[in-house]
Write a protein that binds this ligand. Structure first.
Ligand code: NAG
Ligand code: NAG
Ligand code: NAG
Ligand code: NAG
Length: 455
């Protein structure tokens, strides 16, 4: 009954469009060295725009970038002015450092009061024509988008929504990047921790777990208490461990506790180290997950038309965490684990071949490659380095460049062509694309299409 009583939160921002073009901000995955320093410059602001004016209307001529909302302060000076005629490609990478800012609306500290709805970080970009303000947008977070849009989205099954996700979600370093990190080009796929990903609006996490011998403690090392068990599990990038799994679990738990209408999909997709022929380790991991999340875990269900439960059904159950598990035997043992989720992964090395591959999967006439036992499936929208390059080619592009090569085009491809067919889409360095906003807008469009008339 949740959907009937509660306040309507205005989400005008999400749906707003101007007659004649729009502007949006992203964050670059690239970095630059600083002379004579171990630090590097990364996470620079990118301005993107798309002008779509009827022939009788003259298009905007300027974009100004601000460090605060220009609407609220007429004397605010821009950080940067772009003359659009000089940049026909609709994109400009600034040297304004976004860094790792604190999150607005109380979403920074865990445990404080958090305000629902979208919130702006400090950067704004505005379109002008002859110095007349037309429209603006900000770099923003959407911490509660699912529940904000409950009127529109409540009747949609989870398998029909477009859900923004991250690839190798736990492979980040939260502190400032150093040259050493930057040169390890194939290790990190994200530059925000899982808490920050969820607060931005990411709802699908792709996790690969490794099992390692416990850390050596002085004194007791044979006890198998809870802490001890969780210390053995790590988030891996292939065979390299990156972050303790406990950190990711804590972030998801904290987020579900404060964002009480959001649904999160946790995909334990692969187990690259320490699980081969070790069912007891899978079991221990599953038991630990149940202990951490117990009452929040939604049991699998195929729902109407095999598209899974609707958001209303999920909210009514009070259980908002879906855990998919990439080992069938373990799924058979625990009735709350969802069957392995299909990731559509092209193993492509160039932007063009990746887009062709994704286009054939999404727009082709063949059945979508989802696991019939799981209503969810994920498009992996990132490039993959060749093993040869990782090992032998120090001049290879690296994951940051590879993300940069595809992220902008992904925003427009999903927005204009692929949104309707897409369920989950997972990317690298997700702030370099606009897929959270595209997903939210696409879900509103999906809710308006008659064929999605589920009861
Ligand atoms: C507006 O911007 C100016 C220039 O940046 C600044 O000095 C002033 O304090 C701002 N006013 C408000 C109300 O924020
Ligand atoms: C173990 O304890 C000794 C003495 O208390 C200490 O010097 C040493 O650093 C400790 N080692 C670890 C790994 O904590
Ligand atoms: C893990 O250790 C911490 C402090 O060392 C303790 O507060 C916590 O209760 C322990 N958790 C479990 C599940 O044993
Ligand atoms: C990416 O988008 C740009 C701008 O629309 C276009 O010129 C370019 O060809 C696209 N790249 C690929 C690989 O499709």
């Amino acid at each position: 009954m949740i959907g009937k009583i509660l306040l309507v939160i205005l989400t005008a921002d999400v749906a707003r469009s101007t007659q004649c073009g729009k502007v949006w901000l992203t964050v670059s995955s690239l970095w630059r060295p600083i002379a004579a320093s171990d630090k590097v410059i990364d996470a620079e602001l990118e301005v993107n725009w798309d002008l779509d004016c009827p022939t009788n209307i003259e298009p905007p001529d300027n974009i100004k970038v601000f460090n605060a909302d220009p609407i609220h302060n007429k004397s605010l000076q821009p950080e940067l002015i772009l003359t659009l005629a000089e940049h026909p490609e609709g994109y400009y990478r600034t040297n304004i450092e976004v860094g790792r800012p604190s999150l607005p609306g109380g979403w920074d500290a865990t445990g404080g009061a958090t305000l629902p709805g979208p919130h702006c970080l400090k950067h704004y970009a505005a379109l002008y024509k002859n110095n007349i303000f037309l429209t603006s947008s900000c770099l923003q977070i959407w911490p509660t988008w699912m529940y904000d849009l409950r009127r529109q989205l409540g009747r949609l099954p989870i398998g029909s929504l477009m859900i923004p996700g991250t690839h190798n979600s736990g492979c980040y370093k939260h502190e400032d990047l150093t040259r050493k990190d930057a040169f390890q080009k194939y290790l990190l796929t994200q530059d925000r921790d899982v808490w920050t990903q969820l607060v931005h609006g990411i709802r699908y996490l792709d996790i690969r777990v490794g099992h390692y011998p416990p850390p050596m403690h002085n004194g007791s090392h044979s006890t198998d208490d809870a802490n001890h068990t969780s210390g053995r599990f790590w988030v891996n990038h292939d065979v390299i461990r990156i972050n303790p799994l406990a950190t990711i679990i804590r972030d998801v738990r904290n987020f579900l506790d404060v964002a009480r209408g959001e649904v999160v999909i946790l995909d334990f997709h692969r187990f690259p180290v320490g699980f081969e022929s070790r069912p007891s380790r899978h079991r221990r991991l599953a038991i630990m997950l149940y202990r951490e999340f117990g009452g929040l875990i939604l049991k699998p269900s195929r729902g109407v038309d095999g598209l899974g439960p609707t958001l209303n059904e999920i909210w009514n159950s009070g259980r908002r965490l879906i855990i998919c598990y990439g080992d069938k035997h373990t799924v058979n043992e625990f009735d709350w684990l969802w069957p392995p989720l299909t990731q559509v992964w092209g193993n492509q090395q160039t932007a063009q071949s990746l887009f062709e591959y994704l286009n054939s999967v999404l727009m082709g006439s063949e059945r979508k490659p989802r696991n019939t036992l799981n209503p969810l499936w994920a498009i992996m929208a990132e490039l993959t380095p060749r093993p040869f390059d990782i090992i032998f080619n120090p001049n290879g592009a690296g994951l940051r460049q590879m993300a940069d090569a595809v992220n902008r085009n992904l925003s427009s491809l999903f927005q204009n062509e692929w949104w309707k067919q897409t369920n989950i889409v997972a990317t690298d360095f997700f702030l370099g694309n606009n897929l959270i906003q595209v997903s939210i807008q696409s879900n509103i469009k999906k809710s308006n299409i008659a064929q999605w008339s589920f009861s």
